[in-house]
Ligand binder design. Sequence first.
Ligand SMILES: [Fe+2]
Length: 247
Amino acid sequence: MPRSPISLLSRTDFNGDLLDEELFLRTFHQLMEEHGYVQVCNVPNDFDYVRFCQSLGRFVPNYTGAVIGDVRPEPGMDDVYHAGNTRPLTPHSEGYDFSVLPPRYIALWCVTPAQGPGGETTLADTTDWVAALEEDERAWLQNTEYEWKTTEGVNRLGLDLHTKHPILEDHPNGRIVRFSCNNLIRDDDDLSARVQEHWRHRFDEEHVAIHYQRNDMLVWDNWRLLHARNAFSDRSRHLRRIQVAAA
Ligand SMILES: [Fe+2]
């Protein structure tokens, strides 16, 4: 059984009135610091997602150039590994295929929830996984520049991205973890292959599953947490998406 998320923040207070905005922001940042993600619930229809995300940092455009992206099944994309269909996604971080730093935060909000089972965004924290590495393993993952490619779905949009980055990178604002089960180019006997297998197993064991109600917003620290998605069948499922750059 997947765990339920415990980092939940209500946009409204106990009376059902909007929570004071300053208090809302303060609690948001406390929960983010503690858990690395926040699911915001009880969100009114007129909530300004874009303005809220602007308070987190500068926006990074999505692959298509759209700054506010749509995540929903797209025509002709059912046969590839891609967010724009109904298939599962394996644990990954966002932006390993960017030449710049990966986005710090990813925000998703729910326009139309999926009817029926599936469609949860799943998340797990890598902090303990990195701490559990042997010192020489951690040094290897920090000092080895791996090649990364982009997903089949993004290829089909006409983008063929190739980057070189380590899996672990220490940055003044925190540790960056880059991870993919399918787009990291490595030899089968490389340490990264064992890390992929082990972390995928730990993700399966430890993830929380975010089930969206209409208007819910999920924000996570993409330097620290991995995310994935459960398959679903309702093609009307629709999320919107903003990537926020490192401060
Ligand atoms: Fe993703």
